[in-house]
Ligand binder design. Structure first.
Ligand code: NAP
Length: 334
């Protein structure tokens, strides 16, 4: 456990979530250095006085703590485990905190690699969305015991309103994947409720109001169904990231030898959304799968991509085409 006070903080990955979180660390008085693949996305922090690091190694240099909030497990692996990555480049006794939603096994590997180097690394995925990051009210799922990360508590508390200490590396990620499974089913749930109301000629807003006051209501419905209805598909949370999370959850279940059939269905729907051009839309764009082609096209979807995708898939597996149901899951009739 390092006794030196924590002053110098580096932040890698200043995207939708990372930029506001890093801003809260600055507000709390830490000396901030930032690195992001695309420099533009760090500009607001640089304008506020953060230092720029041109690469991971420079971000690691002299930092007491390095936070990472990148996109995918491959990005996490690159940033931590490559030759000039954080595990090698940070100082002895330094802390590394991964906020990305990533694989539990990778989190355990990173933790172990850090220990060997006399450094400390733990997973700390977050929930609460872009708004929670902006407001500094995220919920954190820490893959460690509280006593083992004591010096980090003021930093974690600067951008959260609730911190759960889950007792060991990877457990933060596992709980986060549970959250994502539940979230995905809530998203698909409200999208299908909207579709049923529309086809039945019932006012969708009234339906949402009624359902939100009962057991069928969810936070996903309350916060995101109004955006679906308003045709606002800008990302707080991108569809391709939810697809990544569902893939990780399904992998975890497979490794443990059991099935999550409803998660598989939700994963197929998000896979279709990503294939037809919705990958960088917000997760609320799932409702577009239940709408007509014109509405989808106006929002930026291109349904012909699913046929290209299916054909590629068919060729790969050398399937017969003739009786093959393309399996659009496209909820409307062509
Ligand atoms: P994002 O906007 O894409 O942010 C990720 C940032 O990391 C991007 O700016 C990206 O650079 C940068 N990056 C990726 N790989 C890098 C590398 N190797 N080196 C340096 N920078 C790298 O996504 P986000 O919405 O903030 O999400 C980040 C993570 O948090 C994801 O794992 C997501 O699942 C999770 N999450 C998101 C939310 C949400 O509501 N958005 C909520 C909870 C958790 P570029 O700018 O070049 O792409």
């Amino acid at each position: 456990m390092p006794t030196r006070p924590i002053r110098k903080v580096s932040f890698i990955g200043t995207g939708i979530m990372g930029a506001p979180i890093a801003g809260h660390l600055m507000d709390a008085g830490y000396e901030l250095t930032v690195y992001n693949r695309t420099k533009d996305k760090a500009q607001a922090l640089l304008d506020r006085g953060a230092k720029w690091a041109p690469d991971v190694q420079s971000a690691a240099l002299g930092a007491d703590v390095v936070f990472t909030m990148v996109g995918y497990p491959q990005d996490v692996e690159e940033v931590y485990l490559e030759r000039d990555g954080l595990i090698r480049s940070t100082a002895k006794g330094a802390w590394m905190v991964d906020l990305t939603t990533s694989s539990p096994q990778l989190a355990r590997d990173i933790h172990d690699a850090a220990e060997v180097e006399d450094k400390h690394a733990f997973d700390c995925p977050v929930t609460g969305g872009q708004q929670g990051a902006v407001d500094g009210t995220l919920t954190l799922m820490v893959g460690a015991d509280e006593k083992d990360v004591e010096p980090l508590k003021p930093l974690l508390e600067s951008f959260s309103s609730k911190v759960y200490y889950l007792g060991g590396p990877g457990r933060g990620q596992t709980v986060k994947l549970c959250n994502q499974v539940s979230l995905a089913l809530a998203m698909v749930g409200y999208a299908e409720a909207l579709a049923l109301a529309e086809r039945s000629g019932v006012d969708q807003e009234t339906m949402l109001d009624v359902v939100s006051h009962g057991m069928g209501g969810t936070t996903a419905m309350s916060r995101l169904a109004p955006r679906s209805l308003a045709g606002d598909f800008k990302p707080g949370f991108m569809a391709e990231h939810l697809r990544k999370d569902l893939g990780l959850a399904l992998q975890e279940a497979e490794d443990l030898g059991f099935a999550l059939p409803a998660t598989e269905a939700a994963n197929s729907l998000y896979d279709i959304l990503c294939t037809v051009g919705g990958s960088r839309m917000g997760t609320q764009a799932i409702s577009l799968l239940y709408q007509d082609d014109e509405t989808g096209a106006a929002a930026g979807l291109n349904w012909s991509k699913i046929d290209e995708h299916d054909h590629e898939h068919d060729h790969e597996h050398d399937h017969e085409h003739d009786h093959h149901d393309h399996g659009h899951h496209h909820a409307h009739e062509h």
